[in-house]
Design a protein around this ligand. Structure first.
Ligand code: PLP
Length: 389
């Protein structure tokens, strides 16, 4: 398996003009009793350090080792795959259709051809849009395969009728939805996989650092305020200190996105508190409005199109925009400071759609901290750039 390299110009891109992830804002905090939960993860006890650690636990619960294999979607980020590499499991990538839904025939083919028994299949609800899982769950059941729903992009689900998870296990990455520095969740739906698990608590110092990280992001965007400037100064001093310079240098064996030493660490109380005291209703409404605003303003571009229309059950993580000419437009947009993520590192595979989306699919923020004014800033840069050829 080989990951693609990251864009060679990445080092020279300026800091984005707006944050890709949500920022601390009192407007989106609320009284817990008033919060009506719309998330299958809202009653989950343990907060892991991050989504990838929760996924590593899920793979361990499923019984992964060098003796078996796992099926991942061909469109993925590195942080999803490295926990499986760590467990020395054989990895196969299944093809996706143009709308990123799983290609069931390819999955069946992989199950029958894999050299080792397939233990688990991971399905991703990209950008918060839910995959229809009935047939896939049936295939998994028939073949004794554990189904893991990767809800890193789909913390919420508004449709009560279909909201019960079909997967044996599900993971979430709440820091994509809340202004928190850490956090990962694991939902065990199959009682046969239930296992007691004690996580290591954060030290007091780590809690203070978590609080500091929250403040840091909150004060830097869109422009650093006084607190932001002080924090940036402190950061500069910290990175210049000799202790930092003589710190650990990554060795080639190190993972790029996954840290096995983190997996038994608990997420911070700061993160837990912010999730608990968030106004879920307001976050949901704002994200949906922002998504729709981006959709309305970008749907008629000649050189780009949104991947999905908003559906009633969806609380979007990001806005997926397919651009026709990434070689001409991507670097310009990044240099203009437009906040964009792209899964460039994705592993090589035979899935044409995923390889196409590696460069053509932009992830644009639509989180609750963005105002329409800020979205207009993003939209105008996109429209201007994409109209030139
Ligand atoms: C689909 C998906 N799964 C899992 C993860 C890992 O989540 P975390 O960043 O919380 O470790 C990510 C992170 O971007 C993701 O996009």
């Amino acid at each position: 398996m080989k990951f693609h390299p990251i864009n060679e110009h990445a080092q020279s891109f300026p800091k984005p003009g707006l944050s890709v992830l949500p920022l601390v804002n009192f407007k989106f905090l609320g009284i817990p009793a008033k919060n009506k939960f719309f998330s299958p993860f809202s009653n989950n006890g343990s907060l892991y350090a991050d989504g990838r650690s929760a996924l590593a636990h899920a793979l361990q619960l499923a019984g992964h080792s060098g003796q078996n294999a796992i099926l991942f979607p061909a469109y993925h980020c590195g942080s999803m795959i490295e926990p499986a590499i760590w467990l020395a499991t054989d990895i196969y990538f299944y093809n996706l259709n143009k709308d990123l839904s799983p290609d069931l025939n390819h999955i069946k083919q992989l199950i029958s051809q894999a050299k080792k028994p397939v233990k688990t299949l991971v399905v991703v609800h990209y950008f918060g849009f839910f995959q229809r899982l009935d047939s896939l769950a049936q295939v998994c059941k028939e073949n004794g395969i554990t189904l893991i729903e990767d809800c890193a992009h789909a913390y919420y689900r508004l449709d009560n009728k279909t909201s019960s998870p079909k997967g044996d296990l599900a993971i979430a990455s709440p820091r994509k939805f809340f202004p928190i520095p850490d956090g990962g969740l694991l939902c065990i739906n199959n009682p046969a996989l239930q296992k007691e698990n004690t996580l290591e608590a954060h030290s007091f110092k780590a809690e203070i650092k978590a609080l500091y990280n929250c403040l840091q992001t909150a004060t830097l965007f869109p422009k650093p305020n006084i607190l932001g400037k002080i924090i940036t100064k402190i950061d500069r001093l910290r990175t210049q200190s000799p202790a930092k310079k003589s710190g650990h240098l990554p060795s080639p064996q190190d993972f790029l996105w996954f840290n096995p030493a983190q997996i038994n660490k608990r997420g911070s109380y700061i993160s837990k508190g912010i999730i608990h005291f968030s106004s879920h209703q307001q976050i949901i409404e704002r994200r949906r409005k922002n998504y729709q605003y981006l959709f309305d303003n970008l749907k008629n571009q000649s050189n780009a199109h949104p991947l999905y229309e908003l559906t009633g059950e969806t609380v979007p993580y990001m806005f997926p925009l397919v651009i026709n000419y990434p070689a001409q437009h991507f670097i310009t947009l990044k240099k203009l400071g437009v906040p964009i993520w792209r899964w460039e590192e994705l592993a090589e595979s035979g899935c044409e759609n995923s390889q196409y989306y590696r460069t053509h699919l932009l992830h644009l923020p639509c989180h609750q901290s963005l105002s329409f004014y800020e979205l207009d800033w993003i939209i105008s840069r996109l429209v201007n750039t994409l109209s030139k050829r």
